[in-house]
Design a protein around this ligand. Structure first.
Ligand SMILES: Cc1cc2nc3c(=O)[nH]c(=O)nc-3n(C[C@H](O)[C@H](O)[C@H](O)COP(=O)(O)OP(=O)(O)OC[C@H]3O[C@@H](n4cnc5c(N)ncnc54)[C@H](O)[C@@H]3O)c2cc1C
Ligand code: SF4
Ligand code: SF4
Ligand code: SF4
Length: 397
């Protein structure tokens, strides 16, 4: 039976929970808010299935094989605007939906918890667009995906690399109609931190927050996307970027990630078992003049199935084929784990006792410099000269 002696050795994928024939594994949050399997030993029959499906105990050896690489922009501008980068995920997901299939992805529930779920209609795909930089709860989705596959339905499953490896271990066999898409992840921040962040924003903007967009491009464009808060009436009321938003600062300071994300994440590698790996490209113009700067997804295709699917969706996207070495050059998040911030121990201790306001004031107090920068950014965006000012600032820097 699974026993977690070192938290670094559990990525929280829930494969063990999903496979247990006695339902004696519960995924329980620890004091940092991350889920770990907890076994009811009275019910366990020692069948060993949980250990057999664990993607950390049973590491997939990285093997070099032929890949294809692309820069992708969804032709539907509304979709691209709603997406984190170029909207490649929506184009891939549509392939399954067009075949009466099912798409699994990450959305907010009614309390803004970050959860995996599935949809069957294209009109619901927007729930999954825009990355949520928090570890998602897999819940029952591995079992649901297997159910659909066993009924010969197309299934497109998206998630972090560890979630995709966990799913594949749980499924045990290849399914022709399964499409897997992993997002390159720097790391995943704590759901408890997210809870405190949501409460902190609700204390400022009220309870009717409908959506929190981690990467809203609407105000400063793709290259300086920032968190926006959308109220029930559609109004957006908060637009802070990574220099001042506490959630983004915590993420980029590596102060509150899951322990398995630090130092030696076994899922970070170029040759993966998913069909597609997708991530950002902020420098599309360095590769080609044919793509604009409004959002581009880098797409790395690992399988023949992936190549076939991409050929089928090419008419839905603008794309440029890119040599693999160029596509992956200097992309640290693909292969390298983040280093733990030395303040993490203090931060997660305080996370357990302080409310969001107290926590963020202690660790991410806004300096005068940050306030001045933000005012200049807002003013220049209102005057329509933000890109120009940014270009000058970057040159001076
Ligand atoms: C936690 C996390 C960290 C990331 N870190 C980086 C990074 O360091 N560098 C980089 O270049 N790109 C990173 N990405 C990927 C990037 O944010 C985009 O997902 C990617 O560019 C695809 O964009 P798109 O426009 O094609 O997809 P979109 O239409 O924006 O779709 C988003 C996709 O991400 C999935 N997703 C959303 N939130 C989560 C979550 N919490 N866990 C698992 N899956 C989720 C959705 O199901 C969907 O498949 C990260 C994504 C996540 C979720
Ligand atoms: S050994 Fe078998 S019964 Fe026990 S927890 Fe693991 S999967 Fe469940
Ligand atoms: S299967 Fe996943 S959740 Fe279970 S112990 Fe292994 S890594 Fe953790
Ligand atoms: S960094 Fe590694 S362990 Fe963390 S979410 Fe990404 S794939 Fe999983």
């Amino acid at each position: 039976m699974i026993e977690i002696k070192d938290k670094k050795n559990c990525c929280g994928c829930s494969a063990c929970y999903s496979i247990c024939p006695k339902n004696c594994i519960e995924m329980k949050a620890d004091r940092e808010g991350f889920l770990y399997p907890k076994i009811n030993k009275d019910l366990c029959i020692n069948c060993g299935l949980c250990e057999n499906v664990c993607p950390i105990i049973n590491k997939v050896e990285e093997k070099v094989f032929e890949q294809e690489g692309y820069l992708v922009q969804n032709k539907d501008e509304k979709i691209r605007k709603e997406s984190t980068s170029g909207g490649a995920f929506s184009a891939i997901a549509k392939y399954a939906l067009d075949r009466k299939g099912v798409v699994f992805g990450v959305q907010y529930d009614e309390n803004l918890n970050v959860i995996h779920s599935y949809i069957e209609n294209e009109s619901d795909l927007n729930l999954y667009r825009n990355s949520k930089y928090v570890q998602s709860r897999i819940g029952e989705t591995f079992k649901q995906a297997k159910n659909f596959l066993d009924k010969d339905r197309w299934v497109c499953f998206s998630g972090t690399a560890c979630q995709i490896e966990g799913l594949k271990k749980y499924l045990k066999k290849d399914y022709n109609k399964l499409i897997t898409v992993d997002v390159v992840c720097r790391a995943v921040p704590s759901p408890l931190l997210w809870k405190k962040y949501v409460a902190y924003q609700k204390s400022k903007y009220g309870d009717d927050i409908k959506n929190i967009l981690f990467r809203d491009k609407a105000f400063y464009g793709y290259n300086h996307s920032q968190i926006s808060i959308q109220l029930s009436n559609g109004e957006k009321v908060y637009h802070n970027g990574l220099e001042s938003d506490p959630m983004l600062r915590a993420m980029f300071l590596n102060i509150c990630h899951r322990p398995s994300c630090y130092d030696n994440c076994v899922f970070k590698k170029q040759y993966r078992i998913s069909d597609f790996t997708i991530w950002d490209c902020f420098v599309a113009n360095k590769f080609t003049e044919n793509l604009d700067d409004k959002g581009t997804t880098r797409v790395l295709i690992h399988t023949k199935k992936g190549i076939k699917i991409f050929n089928d969706i090419k008419n839905k996207v603008n794309y440029e084929r890119i040599d693999i070495n160029s596509l992956t050059k200097d992309v640290k998040e693909l292969n390298t784990s983040v280093e733990m911030n030395y303040k993490r121990i203090d931060f997660v201790r305080d996370l357990q006792v302080l409310n969001g306001d107290e926590l963020f004031n202690k660790y991410f107090r806004e300096t005068l410099k940050i306030k001045i920068e933000r005012t200049i950014r807002r003013l220049s965006a209102k005057l329509g000269i933000y890109s120009f000012i940014r270009c000058i600032y970057n040159k001076l820097k």
